[in-house]
Design a protein around this ligand. Structure first.
Ligand code: 6PG
Length: 248
């Protein structure tokens, strides 16, 4: 059943990252206690960098690093050592400073110049890891998401083809306004998660956050509106600046 989103309003960005880090720790320890492992899909962009840094600095002992398995909800179509790579950002901010098992980190093979092939390969990695039957979707313990000022999330941009995908797990999504393709989880994968957590910080996100949480414009124009875990939690971690245009 789709639960009501939980909106956690924090005062400062630092409070937001601390609250999000606490949720990661809670979720990870619960997953390992119940299922022996924790599967998480990381988000890219600048916002989560602060969370990854915090986890690396403060959660060395409170996280079950050896039982944690890392994936990405989306990736730029650049080599893994490119400055735009979401993998490189997480590697530098977190993996290089923590006892994570390198074999437990599943990056997208974006060195392949064929974006569709990258998506296909990553989809197979998910199918193998989660031992999926045809038609099944992977159920991540936690998927972290950010939201762009246009309401996109992962690499599900407004009015792009990936929004319509109902059966694939991972697709290459052409984003004309960025003149590039990105590789992204599809909505069925995101909505199959046990928990989805958005991290939204800053005044530049205030108008779009109001639209996504309180507005009635078409979801195609604001893809973050399409995130509704079918049987899981949805938490919005927002700071005061981002929440400044919300009703209450
Ligand atoms: C990416 C992200 C993207 C990001 C939003 C918000 O690859 O860039 O997955 O969806 O979360 O663009 O980015 P900021 O957090 O940097 O504002």
């Amino acid at each position: 059943m789709s639960l009501i989103p939980e909106i956690r309003k924090l005062t400062t960005p630092q409070d937001l990252f601390a609250a999000a880090a606490q949720e990661v720790v809670r979720c990870a320890n619960e997953a390992v206690a119940q299922r022996g492992r924790f599967t998480i899909a990381l988000s890219g962009g600048s916002t989560p960098h602060n969370l990854y840094t915090l986890l690396a600095e403060n959660a060395r002992t409170s996280l079950p690093w050896q039982q944690m398995f890392f994936f990405w909800g989306d990736e730029r179509h650049v080599p893994p050592d490119d400055s735009d790579s979401n993998y490189r950002m997480a590697q530098e901010a977190m993996f290089s400073k923590t006892p994570v098992q390198p074999g437990n980190v599943f990056r997208m093979p974006t060195e392949n110049p064929d974006a569709a092939a990258v998506a296909k390969t990553y989809e197979q990695i998910l199918r193998d890891f989660f031992a999926l039957q045809p038609g099944e979707f992977p159920r991540f313990d936690l998927i972290l998401l950010g939201m762009g000022p246009d309401g996109h999330t992962a690499s599900l941009f407004p009015e792009t083809a990936a929004l319509q995908e109902k059966s694939r797990l991972v697709v290459a999504n052409r984003v004309e306004k960025l003149k590039t393709s990105r590789i992204t989880f599809t909505l069925p994968v995101i909505n199959a998660a046990r928990c989805v957590a958005f991290l939204v910080s800053g005044a530049e996100k205030a108008a779009v956050l109001r639209e996504v949480l309180e507005g009635n414009a078409s979801a195609e124009k604001y893809p973050s509106k399409l995130v509704h875990p079918v049987d899981g939690k949805l938490i919005w971690f927002v700071d005061r600046a981002a929440a400044s245009q919300l009703k209450d």
